[in-house]
Design a protein around this ligand. Sequence first.
Ligand code: AVI
Length: 339
Amino acid sequence: MVTPDSAAWEPEHEEDSMPTPEIMPETAQLFAAEVLAGLTKPGQKELPSKYLYDEIGSKLFEVISALPEYGLTRADERLLRLNAHSVAEELPGRVVIAELGSGSGKKTRSILKAFSRRGPTFYHPIEISATALAMCEHELSDMDSVSIVGFEREYLEGLREVAARRKRGEKILVLFLGSTIGNFDPPADVEFLQKVQGILKGGDALLLGTDLEKPMGQLIAAYDDLLGVTAAFNLNLLARLNRDLDADFTLSQFKHLARFNPETRSIEMHLKSTRAQTVSLDGGRVKVDFQDGETIWTESSRKFSFADLSRMAETSGFKSVGQWVDHEWPFAENLWIVK
Ligand code: AVI
């Protein structure tokens, strides 16, 4: 069975543990604690999907976004390119833009362009991955009328900082693009949106990108592509644990799995152990047993219906004022205002 020598994950042992150079010390401790909790959970083992995005994971996700099977990012970009001016029209006055997850500068550029036509614009990407933040800042550095101040923070913490710096008369537009909300398992999705709403004030807005329902075959192909990029993206999480938490996963003994869960209407990614084995973490202080065929659940990607979206806006305290839909790859951009 699992032997979580949890004391080994306490701060006094930090010096002899491998550091996580990708993230700040307190975030590194949370990372170790969440990994331990997920791998020692009774029943289904799991790892939080936010940890897929270290330097290599972020780059692999960029490649996934270019794959013919995976139309999500292109649909998101297309919608923003075509409708950024309509979003800006809905939000007159001075608007500060905060983005949860720095995303690819490419899609944010259209929004920033539309707002910066009115004058100097402030943009705050919020991201726990230093690499992703740096990639975004670099991508947008040529936009002269846009001041970029990034926050290397968890989403809500970063958003609180943006709200605390707000000047009189300024509105905040929060961008949460790319259907990252689909990676939160219900009810965590609505709870998260409620927290976002709680940080904002009446008249502030949220632009939420959401992937829509589509045929199962199309979804499986998108999350288990022929080149194996998504498999590499998923397996990199174990490689990251080896690098950053002194673990000894043998990558060839785990297999990427993508399966559709009809109850939650989401695609799940798992890493399946291809044999019974014991893996150690923190240089051997923690041991985790796997049965042959046992999986680690690494991500859910929910696909929304229009009814889901209306319900989510309502229960999280927003009013929908605009929705733009891509029909080539069913995807919706939703503009919600704090009631
Ligand atoms: C970031 N997120 C919305 C992606 C998705 O489609 O759920 C992550 C991803 N996982 C596998 N491929 C892409």
